[in-house]
Design a protein. Sequence first.
Lengths: 655, 164
Amino acid sequence: MSIVKMQKLDLIGFEEDKENIIKALMKAGTVHIVDSREKLEEDEWNELVHSENAEELIAEIDEKLARIKSAIEYLSKYSTAKKALFAPKRKISEGEYNTVRDSESELWKVIETIEQYNHELTGLKSEENALRNLISSLEPWESLVRPLEITETEKVLFAIGTVPASVNIAELEQELEGQAPESFIEVVNQDKNQLYISVAYHKDISQPVTDFLKGIGFSGISFRGLTGTASENILSLNNKIKKIEEKREEIHNKSKECADYIAKLETFYDCLVIERDRKKAMGRLLNTQRTFILEGWVPESEAGKIEKLLTKHWDCVVDIRNPEKGEDFPILLKNNPLVRPFEMITEMYSLPSPNEIDPNLFLAPFYFIFFGMMVSDAGYGILLSLITGIVLLKFKLEGLAEKLIKLLFLGGISTLFWGAMFGGWFGNVVDVITQGKFTIPPIWFNPLDNPMKLLIWSFVFGVVHIFTAMGLKGYLMIREKKYLDALFDIGFWYVFLLGLCFLLLGGNIAVIGKYMAIAGAILLILTQGRSKKNILSKLFSGVLSLYNVASFLSDVLSYSRLLALGLSTGVVATVINTMGSLFGFNPIGIILFIIIFVIGSVFNMAINVLGAYVHTSRLQYVEFFGKFYEGGGKPYNPLKIKTKYIDFTNINKEA
Amino acid sequence: MQDWLASIFNGNVLALTGAALAVILAGIGSAKGVGIVGEVSSGVVSEDPSKFSQTLLLQALPGTQGIYGLLVAFVILNKIGVVGGTFQNLTMTQGLLIFAAAMPIAIVGYFSAIYQGRVAAAGVGIIAKKPEELVKAITYAAMVETYAVLALLASILMVFGIKL
């Protein structure tokens, strides 16, 4: 409903209590600690205080964390326990936690072993690759009976190599015979690209033979260091690979034995994360020789508890006060559960700054309505809510993911509503299946029959949305006690724009609209130039301001996407159903229909949900927020225990 | 000669050409747009495979124009009875009207898909550095899509408005 009020916390305590105080605050999890280090840039502060240089220590812990993490990732391949996609955090008691902490040296040994295994496996892998490459280069020569190391005898030279496959070997033999009779050429193997040939020739004619070979594109191959025939070599290489596989199997088996350590390593990981966060927090404080200064923000409701906690256990000075006017405090939003998912849309844009209002309460209903209108198919709505509902029930989600899934769940309900209003149930699937005997009639009307009607309604929703935004702008002005500005800039525009809208409706109301529009226009001309000095430029900018009607108009027209995207869902669904029913009403036809229907519907739903999400967000960001909202607030990020794998069962989260 | 020309430029051929162009041009545009984003995304994913889903989301955005083109074609085919009815004999004027109605989504769809693809590809750059800002990248791309939506709307309203 609003931005939570924050109170400033200033704390001065003794150096020796620092660690414990930070621990206690972390456990409380409600204090947003301000980075005080920027004060050091001012000379008068710099002379008095210094900050603890924690960067090195933090980097060290980060490095450890990276090692533990890769060990966990390595072991999780061997873990027999299946991990779900959104597995909840493991609950552990404090006793278990402490034993893990105490066994630190043992855990490091495990990690080192795992790193060793990993290293060995990488080594084996590259060794195996090298062997396999060698085998594949030997394979073409498998039928060559001459051992590879023999390249010459007393009188004869041997060569092996490849020539392009385009060479005609019969012609070649004849040609060679003519040029150098004391020679012999043999095709050992051939594939798509080249011929593998072996040549033997007398030493005396080595020159003409090499020239000849060069002429036909021969490229020689030698297997240096290998002895025996190619097939013998392949055999022995395969044996080596087998040995590598055995070694690997051995390492795999040993790794499996370590898999039980995953749980402990995970706990250890989180334990170090907590330590790092604490160090980070401590790095933000300022120190004198014997004391430290902590600045932070606490939600108003928690401030008392924090003060009590601090003064009860330690000798320290605690000062809690309301923020001064214009002082920036971190933003925490508090909304009822139905509005909460929509906070995501605002968070993605920008959090409100402290002197703004939380727009979510106003954003939520419009987002809900627009999302449903854009997807507008009851079948897809049910499907979407069903899927997201199951996810919500089965998995414990947090943060953004939770909000997104809840948003889609609500969007599904809205989609169901609008789909029923417009008569879209998986397009016209009932109609297609019953071959036109039965159709689900729309509760309101079918946009395909009367698109203009829905277009006008889209514009009406748009006008209401924009007017709401203008109203919020007016509210902000009134809150800042700019009453006249609110009247001139918002009130008169309301009169003018409403007049124009009535004018469009026609009938009796158009007459009222006409006078409202004229009155509004005159008032705007008189007031909009009020910041200008001379009377002529006042009037001129007053008249000019009426040009803003154009921007209002373009904003409203932008809502035509409600109709366009809504229609597109229905029509594409119809296309899918039509395509599916092309094969007729027979067993094969029915199976094909089901396949096409299922794949097509899921695809169409996914595309449309994405489209609805994108375009509804755009309407909020550009048309709605553009009128009144600036954002720029910093998120409230309290010092608390943020773990990845574990949760503590008891409240006493001593770290 | 005249007969031959008349047989080519009759109403039915013109209407079908319009429907075909809606699919062809918007489809080519989407293919280009999706292609551009895909190329850039592959680069980012080769560095960090966990960004696959985010880049895929951006890649899907310029794909909608092709769907809009198909949609308009279907509405036209439905109108002239190729789908779910008998193919009506259209006059030359009726054919031209339908052809004209297909033009907004055909032309705007083609260009907007390519430009949207370029914006989305630039958005992949945002994802590479700041994955948490995905929505901003999406919003930029959605700004371009507006004009495809408007063209779609114009095409549909025109087709619905033509009396046969």
